[in-house]
Design a protein around this ligand. Structure first.
Ligand SMILES: [Ca+2]
Ligand SMILES: [Ca+2]
Length: 89
């Protein structure tokens, strides 16, 4: 659970709960509420509402920022909702 270790470290170091970290934690609790939260979080981060997250938009969240190139599987510099979902789930 390398990712969880990383997240715990982020929380301790930054002393704030990250949006994506709480989503990841929710993933272990309930799939239905989780799916809605993923979409809501994506929309919240998508400041210009163009349906994708630019590196600047994703940079609002430390976990997304650190893993951006890994999440951007088609390497187009934008995170689609599908890419975001695959990373969260
Ligand atoms: Ca956007
Ligand atoms: Ca992409």
């Amino acid at each position: 659970m390398l990712l969880l270790t990383l997240i715990n470290k982020e929380i301790i170091m930054n002393k704030r709960i990250l949006v994506v970290s709480s989503l990841l934690a929710l993933g272990f609790l309930g799939a239905n509420a989780h799916a809605m939260d993923v979409h809501a979080t994506f929309n919240e981060l998508d400041k210009d509402s163009n349906g994708t997250l630019s590196e600047a938009e994703a940079g609002e969240d430390a976990v997304l920022h650190e893993n951006f190139s890994q999440i951007d599987t088609n390497q187009d510099g934008q995170l689609s909702l599908d890419e975001f979902k695959k990373f969260i789930q």
